[in-house]
Design a protein around this ligand. Structure first.
Ligand code: C6P
Length: 409
């Protein structure tokens, strides 16, 4: 008997308890951002109500408390991904910022003209554009792993794509556009054979499954707090300590220095070397509270619940005439995301009609235009599930898609 009860969990998320367009809200846009539990809202409020002060700067009581909470949150998030050491976790604004940090620092110093960066067609723009900018600046070449008709990486091509010129391999753990779960360890093993550094975009990965960065074997793992119950504007870059130590700072300013002279400065230890300026203190504390909340849930039962929701959604959506579902057919290969189109109905129209029924989904290219191009569409509608979604909500989605069908025929 499962002890995990999504209906009970929902009570912890005040935002879910509201009517939208006269109907109870069905929030199925979790891949864009998750809702926040009360404990995270309380942590944010608690910091501002009682402990608000800058970190690492004051000797006074409030600054001490703020610094302690900020560093404790780092240790919690580091533990969540099983980092060997909290110093390997750099606070960033989110996944995008974390990837740009690696491109702007490690990339600028280690990728030279003629070198190759291996990406995949499955990437979010956050894991494409920073590498395009870098490649243009240094004269490097971008290469791509293609995807098959089910949106799975064509990994059979890896041996010919990986050469001694490949300096970096960057790919996502889970695709936000299709939900494809990528075999990170296999890709890392192949990349390591040619000595490439590996960055994993974990924006959708750290969210649904326990992540063990030591076991995955990559060099960098980037993720965002807001997709896993935390606040917006906070995320993290995990990096191997020796790599982080070898890297130049990404930005200069307060906090990231040891000594400043007229013509030169020396840097603080990692991770503070990469955290110039007053950081998002409340955000970090809120991210720590989010991880505390998630740690109270039974991970395997949550995963089983999300898989069951996914299976049921695929089954219900497949019954709708004109439905085209993108991504892996097997629920084992996909995370809690279902991207779809319906005949000639534009995804934006689908989303607008669903909104009128109180159902929130995302429509568009999902910042993954290479994926859209691969499937010959400019946009899809996307329903994405999280811990608090229920079968009833999927029934509401399927019923509302009948309304769409009624309008578009
Ligand atoms: N995807 C979505 O609706 P930020 O915005 O920095 O927190 O995360 C960027 C990002 C990077 N990689 C992947 C795989 C992602 O899914 C995202 C964010 C959201 O799919 C917003 S575009």
């Amino acid at each position: 008997m499962s002890s995990f009860d999504p209906v009970a969990i929902r009570r912890e998320f005040p935002t879910l308890d509201q009517q939208v367009n006269g109907k109870p809200l069905v929030y199925l846009d979790n891949a864009a951002t998750s809702q926040k539990p009360r404990s995270v809202l309380d942590a944010l409020n608690g910091y501002y109500l009682h402990d608000n002060a800058n970190v690492h700067r004051g000797i006074h009581e409030l600054s001490r408390r703020a610094t302690e909470a900020y560093e404790e949150a780092r240790a919690k998030v580091a533990r969540w991904i099983n980092a060997a050491d909290p110093h390997e976790l750099v606070w960033t604004r989110g996944t995008t910022d974390a990837i740009n940090l690696v491109a702007g620092s490690w990339g600028m110093d280690n990728i030279k003209a003629g070198d190759e960066i291996l990406l995949t067609v499955l990437e979010h723009h956050s894991n494409l554009v920073p590498w395009q900018l870098l490649a243009r600046r240094v004269g490097a070449k971008l290469r791509y792993v293609e995807i098959d008709d089910q949106g799975r990486l064509e990994l059979g091509d890896l041996p010919s794509l990986l050469t001694e010129r490949t300096k970096l391999v960057a790919f996502n753990h889970v695709s936000n556009a299709l939900g494809t779960i990528n075999p990170v360890k296999d890709i890392v093993a192949a990349a390591k054979k040619v000595g490439a550094v590996v960055l994993v975009d974990g924006a959708q990965g750290a969210v649904h499954m326990p992540v063990d960065v030591q076991d995955l074997g990559a060099d960098f793992y980037a993720f965002s707090g807001h997709k896993m119950c935390g606040p917006t504007g906070i995320g993290a870059l995990w990096g191997r300590r020796e790599l982080l130590e070898s890297m130049e700072p990404y930005q200069g300013g307060g906090e990231m220095i040891e000594f400043v002279e007229r013509d030169m400065s020396t840097w603080a230890e990692v991770p503070h070397k990469f955290e110039a300026g007053t950081p998002n203190i409340a955000g970090a504390i809120g991210f720590g509270a989010a991880v505390d909340f998630l740690a109270t849930l039974p991970a395997e039962e949550v995963a089983a619940h999300e898989r069951a929701l996914m299976s049921y959604a695929m089954e219900r959506l497949a019954e709708v005439p004109g439905m085209r579902i993108y991504g892996p057919e097997s629920v084992e290969d996909r995370s809690a995301v279902v991207s779809f189109t319906m005949g000639d109905a534009h995804p934006h129209d689908i989303s607008t009609i669903l909104d009128s029924e109180g159902i929130a989904v995302r429509a568009g290219h999902h910042c993954a235009q290479l994926v859209m191009k691969r499937f010959g569409v400019s946009a899809t509608a996307r329903a994405s599930f999280y811990i608090y979604n229920t079968r009833d909500e999927i029934d509401r989605l399927a019923d509302a898609l009948e309304v769409v069908r009624g309008i578009f025929g």
